[in-house]
Design a protein around this ligand. Structure first.
Ligand SMILES: [Zn+2]
Length: 571
């Protein structure tokens, strides 16, 4: 086996059969503003519906082309989320007239919303051709112990209408279809991005998970499920596989673009920083700096950045917080290894002394990080937040680093596998088996929830939030429990550092393509390049940047300021 093949197997060691589908691309829809009032009469004759783009075609649950198609569109205004669906059907058939009947026993149309993108506390609406509604609130997917489905929950203020193109229950097979129009009040989409109910639409950039389904009964005893986002499971109740919906401030029909970004990671604590350096970076083509350092130094550097016409992103240690004194007072915040060792004591930390990783499940950890993000987001000159180390310790190190630590990480090594703390084990609900994909999935979900809570804290302060992540969601999940395809971010900076992986620039381009496929435009990707790899060969760097930009990422970011070639001028 060649080393790269070995490495691929190692990186996927945790992404076993059940986990791998989670790493497939989920479809994305950009939710835009309605052009004017939408009258909920089931007729879809508003200009909004003429302009709004349809969702991608339905599939069956396994991902194969769907048994029955549907044309689904969405829009929103200050009061409502609107859904419009045209559902071709040769035979119209419905019998259920009582609200909260089991509507899918008729042919129906279904809408699912996971407003916090956590796979918890999600909403479901089913409607049949008589317009009868079943609305319910689920605390967790049915497959999970303790999951509750609250059938008596109602979408307060829901408006819905159905029109029929044919005759109901005449058994003739000469119908052509039915049309559904829904106005779902924002006041009943509470929990969007962990936000309390406000009655207002969430902030632009907010990302949540949705799915749509039509259930049809082609013959008695037969049932087909046609869905927007295949779950690759026998059920649609797997919110982690649903499609992503990103809210935009633009009116329906607008071509969505992301701000082009040419970024540079800089060290805010560097005592030699001066306003001149920022001006020189601006002159070289940099338009954004990502600033690490103390809060005060980030604020100072952000001021200088603004003065030089640069955007400023504050860089934050997320789940690894080496310089945070608060950690000393909270041994219980620390992540715990399979061997039961916490990162609290320096001698017990994996790899390096600065690995002070925190438990992703602990509510105090989530709030502590969110509070820090909120503080940074409130600095007027800070334009956005970037989370880094939003992950667990490396259960698989990049291959080039194995010799550094004398490790062969092609199998799961207990000292490097975290978080087995009592809180995580209790939340998982049973003694974890290190090789159980459900246990890996649990930790992937917990890490995503930390990222989503931090991103929401930034948005509450009016700033977008992204993350520096491993090159692709697949690699990141297998190496550090960071499936960033599940993160509700405003942007991501994948660290495509070829030398860490003993790889070349073709590998970088392949990883960028893989990440673009996985994210499907849900948020912009700004690939990060490791400048020391190109120190002796600036021509190679120029070629890579040229090839990279041909893939149309939203931009790129360079690590770091101290390795910026003096003569480099960026596009
Ligand atoms: Zn834990």
């Amino acid at each position: 086996m060649t080393p790269p093949a070995l490495f691929r197997r190692a990186a996927c060691a945790l992404a076993l059969a059940l986990l791998c589908p989670a790493l497939r691309a989920a479809p994305t829809y950009v939710l835009q503003r309605a052009l004017g009032p939408v009258t909920v009469d089931g007729r879809l004759d508003e200009p909004t519906w003429a302009k709004a783009r349809p969702l991608s075609p339905l599939r069956d649950l396994s991902g194969a082309p769907a048994a029955r198609p549907a044309e689904i569109r969405m829009a929103y205004d200050d009061a409502f989320l609107y859904v419009a669906a045209r559902l071709p059907a040769k035979t119209l058939r419905a019998t259920l007239t009582e609200r909260d009947s089991v509507i899918y026993r008729d042919d129906d149309f279904e809408v699912f919303i996971d407003p916090s993108a956590t796979g918890r506390n999600y909403l479901e609406l089913e409607i049949n051709q008589l317009g009868t509604v079943w609305d319910l609130f689920l605390t967790a997917p049915y497959r999970e112990p303790g999951a509750l489905a609250l059938h008596d929950w109602d979408i307060k203020g829901l408006r819905s209408a159905v029109t029929l193109q044919g005759t109901l229950n005449d058994g003739e097979g000469d119908d052509t279809g039915w049309t559904v129009e829904i106005a779902w009040p924002w006041a009943s989409i509470f929990g969007h991005s962990n936000h309390p109910r406000t009655g207002k639409p969430p902030a632009p950039g907010t990302l949540w998970r949705m799915n749509f389904s039509r259930v049809d009964h082609p013959a008695p005893g037969q049932e087909t499920n046609s869905v927007w986002a295949p779950t690759r499971l026998p059920t649609i109740h797997a919110p982690e596989h649903w499609g992503r919906v990103r809210l935009s401030a633009n009116p329906v029909g607008t071509e969505e673009t992301f701000p082009p970004l040419v970024g540079l990671w800089i060290h805010g604590n560097d005592p030699t920083l001066s306003p001149d350096r920022f001006r020189a970076w601006a002159k070289a083509g940099i338009n954004t700096v990502v600033i690490g350092g103390t809060d005060a130094n980030i604020a100072k550097a952000a001021r200088w950045a603004k003065a030089a016409g640069l955007r400023a992103i504050a860089w934050v240690w997320a789940l690894n917080r080496p310089d945070d004194p608060a950690l000393d007072a909270h041994p219980d915040w620390h992540a715990v290894s399979q061997e039961g060792k916490a990162t609290f004591r320096e001698a017990d930390r994996p790899f390096v002394g600065y690995y002070r990783f925190l438990c992703p499940t602990h509510p105090a950890v989530r709030e502590h990080l969110a509070a820090h993000v909120r503080r940074l987001a409130r600095i007027p000159e800070v334009d956005a937040i970037q989370l880094d180390y939003i992950r667990l310790p490396d259960v698989v190190l990049p291959k080039a680093l194995w010799p550094t630590y004398g490790l062969d990480m092609s199998t799961l090594l207990p000292p490097y596998d975290f978080c087995y703390c009592p809180r995580c084990v209790a939340a998982f609900g049973k003694t974890p088996n290190p090789h159980d994909p459900a246990w890996a999935d649990f930790r992937l979900r917990q890490v995503a929830a930390v990222a989503n809570a931090a991103a929401q804290a930034a948005r509450e302060a009016g700033k977008p939030c992204g993350a520096a992540v491993f090159p692709t969601p697949r690699l990141a999940a297998g190496m550090v429990y960071q499936d960033w395809a599940r993160f509700a971010l405003d942007f991501a900076f994948p660290m495509d550092y070829a030398s860490f992986y003993a790889e070349d620039d073709a590998w970088v381009l392949d990883r960028v393509r893989e990440a673009q496929t996985a994210i499907d435009g849900a948020f912009p990707i700004y690939p990060g390049l490791h400048l020391p790899d190109y120190k002796d060969d600036p021509a190679r760097l120029r070629t890579l940047i040229r090839d990279l930009l041909r893939l149309n990422p939203a931009g790129l970011c360079l690590f770091d300021d101290s390795n910026l070639p003096p003569a480099l001028t960026l596009p």
